[in-house]
Design a binder for this molecule. Structure first.
Ligand code: ZN
Length: 272
């Protein structure tokens, strides 16, 4: 018992050390990438960061990379790659179903999440990250008229959501920003890019949000894929059973067309 006790204590110390360095890594990212996001940076922890970083954290400090302000549509891999993007979640009913289908076909996607929903469902956010998908900030309240509101309002919508999503994810980076309804502005793109999030557009709107039937959603993908590689689905905002059914058909069809799957460009220019 005593030996077990020591062992357990040792493991606990290791675990807590890892926890601290992970937490420091998350805080470093927030402070390093967007100094203007001071309220999100967790203030007091910041001064300790250099020592902890030097102390051999498993994860290297996040490199400071310049993220362009231009809206991305292109695939990182280029060629025949397509980008599956899934908006308005996470949702406990639909997101797991989408994840199951993606896993079954070994496809990675981008999930554009609403901040408070991410906060309510951290298990789903962590699963998204653990299964190799990327995170995207889809604001706090999905205000599709935010392009007509103040810069301060837009900034709050974007940075507050990023904080909630990153916290729910356990520190994983939010790599893209998609404006609700595509309501981007030059200011919101600038805010997002300065925070390390590439503005993300789409080429194929499956219209799945309007529930036209799974067959119609699939048909839209087939008809409009020549527009470009970034395809928009939804896993939140209502009954998404048609979206789930359509994704289940679309992925094998795309593979049959010789398409591969990847992520939208993040740091590269948006070259088609
Ligand atoms: Zn949306």
């Amino acid at each position: 018992m005593r030996r077990m006790g020591k062992y357990t204590a040792h493991v606990a110390v290791l675990a807590s050390a890892v926890g601290i360095s992970l937490a420091a890594w998350g805080a470093t990212a927030l402070v390093g990438e967007d100094e203007r996001a001071a309220p999100a940076a967790g203030g007091a922890a910041a001064p300790k960061l250099p020592a902890q970083r030097a102390g051999g954290a498993d994860k290297p400090a996040r490199p400071t990379i310049r993220v362009p302000e231009g809206i991305a549509h292109a695939a990182e891999a280029g060629g025949r790659a397509v980008n599956i993007t899934i908006d308005d979640g996470p949702d406990p009913r639909w997101t797991p179903k989408m994840l199951d289908i993606l896993k079954e076909h070994d496809v990675k996607a981008v999930f554009c999440m609403i901040g408070p929903q991410a906060q309510r469902h951290p298990d789903l956010v962590k699963r998204v990250v653990a299964e190799g998908h990327r995170l995207c900030d889809h604001t706090m309240t999905h205000d599709t008229t935010m392009d007509r509101k103040s810069v301060a309002y837009q900034k709050q919508q974007i940075l507050d959501a990023r904080k909630l999503i990153e916290e729910a994810a356990g520190g994983a980076e939010v790599q893209y920003y998609r404006a609700p309804g595509g309501a981007f502005t030059p200011d919101s793109r600038k805010v997002a890019a300065a925070a390390g999030m590439r503005p993300l557009g789409w080429n194929v709107d499956t219209k799945d949000f309007e529930r036209p039937g799974a067959a119609a959603i699939v048909a839209t993908v087939k008809d409009e894929l020549s527009n470009g590689p970034t395809i928009l689905f939804h896993d939140g905002g209502g009954d998404r059973s048609q979206s789930v059914a359509a994704l289940r058909e679309v992925l094998p069809w795309l593979k049959g067309q010789g398409r591969t799957f990847g992520f939208p460009v993040r740091t590269a220019p948006d070259t088609p």
